[in-house]
Design a protein around this ligand. Structure first.
Ligand code: GLY
Ligand code: MN
Ligand code: MN
Length: 460
């Protein structure tokens, strides 16, 4: 704890939370895509059972957080157009206060708390949902609802569409179809506001420091789980809700498994350990990978592969420039990786041949993409190729840059050069596109060879 407390002093203060005015603005932007006869319904997912009567830690949907900041379960957000005032009205259905339940589970904001502190015009009890939605549906033409989240709501809306009653016969009232609002929300979420960037920067700073702590506390006696506990322990200590995706901590051949999950093997002197771990702060994700030698010093083979991945990552980051295609970083990374493997004699094809997606040899050792959007989800929303054309990068977008090389000697599909057997290296940072070029949110996390070798196992 003393160690974590000392580390925490290196972090900046936590940012201001997103203000209600910004949530209202986001709602307004969403509603501007709808017409006056539309109804928007956003259900929060139910809690998920871990086992018997124990639930997983609740994490509401990213869309729910994005529009409301509300994080409690059993909630539904509704947007409807009020014909009299000619404005959109935001309502939220929430769990009402209940002393007995609160004694067991914790205090609830209730309707009063929802109305006072959240960006809504009306609050209702979740118990009134069916009745109120049926009222709202009478005057609705299109329902914007992502189906498959809460079956009861899907059924209620479907029944309203199928109803054949006098009102519909005489006045044509009632909904006629369901549409998915997700594309509108995804488009909004793709460009981060300055307040969102502050949350993401904090998640990135906590995660960078967590990786550095694991590097500094690295000893050959530690196993994968020990390293995981340092990193995730620090996430929590620094007031993050935990990880934004399950941590990947793999030593030796486990570093060559892209989404390795077991995290329970010993680390051997001579192994490279690959750690892909990021915190979640107020819903926002960080996503960092670092790879380093357990012994504190790279072998010659490890060093040469590491330098190639590092060079490719820097080349990719340089391409994170507004106006470039989102594929430019991937293309740059692949070229540097392929040329590096050609120079080492691992690939015997020409550069162009090695890059061919069908027959090129690079794919044997680098088989994933270099980037994904990141935000409230680690693999964030946002179409990569709207209308089939690669999207151009814009200020406010945040993407990861994560090239790697994976020489799994265990793989039956390739002949792994013995010199490089069981070396897995990935280097991943989170990059904000700005008017002035790339802003690496995770830049505090060490990645140069000399930095790593000077801090591994040195304590904090
Ligand atoms: N942590 C998963 C990824 O890097 O995409
Ligand atoms: Mn990633
Ligand atoms: Mn990652």
């Amino acid at each position: 704890m003393v160690m974590f407390a000392e580390a925490l002093e290196r972090l900046p203060h936590e940012p201001e939370p997103v203000h209600n005015s910004e949530y209202s603005e986001r709602q307004g932007k969403l509603f501007s895509h709808f017409s006056s006869g539309d109804l928007f319904i956003l259900p929060a997912p139910h809690e998920a059972t871990h086992s018997n009567d124990v639930n997983y830690r609740y994490r509401t949907s990213s869309d729910f957080m994005y529009l409301t900041g509300w994080t409690e379960p059993e909630a539904v957000f509704v947007g409807r157009f009020d014909k009299e005032s000619e404005t959109w009205i935001s309502s939220m259905f929430v769990q009402p206060k209940n002393t007995l339940m609160e004694i067991w589970e914790g205090r609830r904001p209730g309707l009063e708390g929802a109305l006072a502190n959240y960006p809504i015009d009306e609050a209702y009890s979740i118990d009134e949902l069916r009745e109120k939605l049926n009222d709202f549906l009478v005057d609705t033409k299109r329902v914007f609802l992502r189906t498959g989240v809460i079956d009861d709501i899907d059924d209620l809306v479907t029944q309203a569409i199928q109803r054949r009653d006098r009102n519909r016969q005489h006045f044509g009232s009632g909904p006629i179809g369901i549409e998915d609002p997700s594309p509108f929300l995804a488009e909004l979420r793709l460009i981060k506001s300055s307040s969102e960037i502050s949350q993401m920067r904090y998640a990135a700073q906590v995660s960078s420091l967590a990786h550095e702590l694991a590097m500094r506390l690295q000893q050959p006696s530690l196993n994968e789980r020990h390293l995981q506990s340092i990193i995730e322990g620090f996430f929590t200590y620094a007031n993050c809700s935990g990880w934004s995706y399950p941590s990947i901590v793999g030593c030796g051949e486990n570093a060559t498994i892209l989404h390795y999950r077991a995290n329970n093997a010993p680390c051997k002197d001579g192994d490279v350990v690959l750690i892909d771990a990021g915190s979640e702060y107020r819903g926002y994700a960080a996503d960092i990978t670092r790879s380093w030698p357990v012994s504190g010093n790279f072998t010659e083979a490890q060093r040469s592969l590491y330098q190639i991945v590092l060079d490719s990552q820097k080349a990719a980051i340089e391409q994170c420039v507004a106006g470039n295609s989102y594929t430019a970083p991937h293309e740059a990374a692949r070229r540097v990786l392929a040329q590096g493997l050609i120079d080492l004699g691992i690939i015997e094809q020409s550069l162009d041949d090695s890059l061919d997606l069908e027959t090129g040899e690079l794919r044997k050792w680098y088989m994933h993409n270099t980037s994904h959007w990141i935000g409230l989800d680690v693999h964030d929303v946002g179409i990569y190729k709207p209308d089939g054309n690669p999207r151009l990068l814009e200020p406010g977008m945040v993407l990861t840059i994560e090239p790697g090389l994976y020489f799994g000697a265990w793989r039956p599909d390739v002949d792994c050069p013995p010199k490089y057997a069981d070396i897995g290296i990935r280097i991943e940072d989170d990059v904000l596109i700005t008017e002035n070029g790339p802003d690496v949110l995770t830049k505090d996390c060490p990645k140069e060879i000399n930095e790593l070798e000077s801090i591994i196992g040195q304590g904090i």
